[in-house]
Write a protein that binds this ligand. Structure first.
Ligand code: FPP
Length: 249
């Protein structure tokens, strides 16, 4: 039986200076800095991605235990295809390894996996692993863990709008909620917080539509060093923000 991720008690949350009622429901993470982490250690970039995968495992566990409803991570963008072939291959074999090793534990803990992006680009073993992970966990009711793969937010919006046109939806019937319903994130809670590691302060085509009212937290920590403690600091910063949604408070 794979280890369970127990739900944090109020006291455990307080040890991280967190309170249940002040947590975001949906967090997006731009996992940046794997390459710089490896470079600092004179290691190949693939070693940075492996260390990033290990950091991600802990972030998923922490999110689930804290009671966050949805976690969306940017694992491979549509632009990442232009990286050297060896790096792209290394990333895909890490993904395979991740699903192969983690699926039992994720499923046993009620985590629901969703792939967001154009998954038709993946074939063979990776495609089968992704497909079976999504199908196997689709009935779970714990953390919704969304992995953005071959994802680009502008392409997602184009895809959503073209599916509406194909279904004959008239311009008079177009609305924000109907577009929402065709995005890869349909049905998930509103995105509350985007965290980007490694110091850059941009969205890089990640969840542009969904980020309309999200809070942004940028940390200089490189993703492989992004421990649950560093994650908790970002959640505390979020809890201190005043969200106005365009209104006067
Ligand atoms: C950006 O760092 C990171 C990526 C392009 C890949 C993210 C992948 C992982 C964290 C590991 C595997 C993921 C899963 C879902 C198992 P970068 O290479 O651009 O870093 P740099 O800016 O320092 O060069």
């Amino acid at each position: 039986m794979a280890k369970l991720y127990p739900e944090f008690t109020e006291a455990e949350l307080r040890a991280f200076s967190l309170e249940k009622g002040a947590l975001p429901r949906h967090v997006g993470v731009i996992m940046d800095g794997n390459g710089r982490w490896a470079k600092k250690r004179i290691l190949p970039r693939s070693a940075g991605h492996r260390a990033g995968m290990e950091a991600l495992r802990e972030i998923v566990r922490f999110s689930h235990s804290a009671g966050i409803e949805a976690l969306t991570v940017y694992a491979f963008s549509t632009e990442n295809w232009s990286r050297p072939r060896a790096e792209v291959d290394a990333l895909f074999s890490l993904l395979e390894e991740y699903f192969y090793k983690e699926i039992d534990e994720l499923d046993a803990n009620g985590v629901r996996i969703r792939i967001i992006g154009d998954a038709s680009a993946f074939s063979g073993k990776l495609h089968d692993l992704l497909d079976s992970a999504v199908r196997r966990t689709s009935g779970n009711s714990g953390l919704c863990f969304n992995i953005a793969l071959n994802y680009g937010s502008r392409a997602e919006i184009v895809h959503a709008v073209s599916s509406l046109i194909d279904d004959g939806v008239k311009s008079a019937d177009l609305s924000e909620s109907i577009i929402d319903s065709r995005l890869y994130t349909a049905g998930l809670p509103e995105l509350d917080l985007i965290i980007r590691t490694a110091g850059e302060q941009r969205l890089s085509n990640f969840l542009l539509w969904q980020a309309a009212y999200a809070e942004f937290v940028f940390t200089s920590v490189l993703f492989p060093d992004f421990t649950p403690e560093e994650y908790a600091k970002c959640l505390v910063e979020y809890a201190h923000r005043t969200r106005k949604f365009g209104k006067v408070l």
